[in-house]
Design a binder for this molecule. Structure first.
Ligand code: NAD
Ligand code: ZN
Length: 340
């Protein structure tokens, strides 16, 4: 089969012929239809420090996918050949305290497909049946292929009650934009999204009913005044990984405000802790998706009018992957989807 492989320990990815994976008794084989390119895949392409420390070579990359089940292990009972599906790309252990408490997304032994294990940028993917998420007819393959990052957005956005609340999202990347759409969908009052990239802010405005703010040019305080917000935002969703964005968020929050942090800063970054203490702010780190509560809620919202299709800005055949990665590396794209 064709697969996009990290074949050498240097910049780039290579389309290669590799064997179709063999499945075990508890696995399924999925014929991949569409995949999403993630920022993580760009790190792997670039072969940065994180990738060098994390990714074994050779490795089939990719973790955002939708497809259909074509083979089933003999112990798998509740799935059928032909079932359309996406799936959780975090492979969890079942022995840790958190897993045994049913909090699978907190398992410390989590391994990622396309990062630690063979991935989804391929014609076929082996996945434990446990990780499969069947797709209803209403969710087509390209939306199915971006459920992983939508799940990051949903997990973060639903960390705190947003009903009637004023929400500040820092970072209008694909995940920030989808989080804005989710915040709107669940009934936030004002949703403000910041970035320093005008193209990303224009995309945010197109996809979700939000107030875009270019913080390189405008002061958030003016925006608050314009929206008649007396004190500050109730909830912050940090989705840029940028230190200045976090500082700005802390300043812009109401006393007792809540922050969900998804963005990953590059290395250690200084935080004004006393400011956080005196403002009595709650901070929650968010990793991945809740398994499988996030998937359940996200699919239910998609079936009930949540529309994130506009965040997909580029569609390519898998053979054109270089163009797909070029779009991602430009920093101006939304989601880029490859068809296999
Ligand atoms: P992205 O890099 O596409 O988007 C980040 C955006 O932040 C960019 O548009 C950038 O211009 C903007 N930005 C930079 N400086 C800013 C500032 N001062 N204020 C406001 N915005 C600023 O990333 P993405 O794919 O949308 O992912 C969002 C973040 O979430 C990334 O940091 C990513 O690494 C992280 N992430 C975390 C998890 C997790 O499980 N915790 C999963 C996926 C992604
Ligand atoms: Zn991803």
């Amino acid at each position: 089969m064709k697969a996009l492989v990290k074949a050498e320990a240097r910049e780039g990815l290579w389309m290669q012929d590799v064997p179709v994976p063999e499945i075990g008794p508890d696995d399924v084989l999925i014929k991949v239809h569409k995949t999403g390119i993630c920022g993580t895949d760009v790190h792997i392409w670039n072969w940065d420090d994180w990738a060098q420390k994390t990714v074994p070579v050779p490795l089939v990359t990719g973790h955002e996918f939708a497809g259909e089940i074509v083979e089933i292990g003999h112990r798998v009972e509740d799935l059928a050949i032909g079932q359309r599906c996406s799936g959780e790309g975090h492979l969890i252990g079942k022995h840790s305290r958190q897993s045994r408490a049913g909090k699978f997304h907190l398992d410390p032994e989590t391994r990622g497909i396309g990062v630690n294990e063979q991935g989804a940028f391929a014609q076929y993917l082996r996945l434990p049946a446990f990780n499969v998420v069947p797709l209803p007819d209403e969710i087509d393959d390209e939306i199915g292929a971006i459920l992983d990052p939508l799940g990051n957005a949903v997990h973060t956005a639903l960390s705190f009650d947003l009903v009637g609340e004023d929400v500040l999202i820092t970072g209008a990347g694909p995940i920030g934009i989808m989080a804005a759409a989710v915040a709107r969908h669940v009934g936030a009052r004002h949703v403000v999204i910041t970035d320093v990239n005008p193209e990303r802010l224009a995309l945010a405005e197109k996809v979700a009913d939000v107030v875009p703010v270019n913080v390189a040019e405008h002061d958030l305080n003016d925006v608050k005044a314009g929206l008649k917000m007396k004190e500050g935002f109730d909830v912050g969703l940090e989705m840029s990984g940028n230190q200045r964005a976090l500082d700005q968020m802390v300043e812009a929050l109401v006393m007792g405000g809540r922050i969900a942090l998804l963005g990953i800063p590059p290395g250690k970054s200084p935080v004004d802790w006393s400011r956080i203490v005196f403002k009595a702010i709650t901070i929650k780190g968010v990793y991945g998706r809740e398994i499988f509560e996030t998937w359940y809620k996200m699919i239910a919202m998609l079936e009930n009018g949540l529309d994130v299709r506009g965040v997909i800005t580029h569609r390519f055949k898998a053979a054109e992957f270089q163009e797909g990665f070029a779009a991602m590396r430009s920093g101006n794209s939304g989601k880029v989807v490859l068809e296999w």
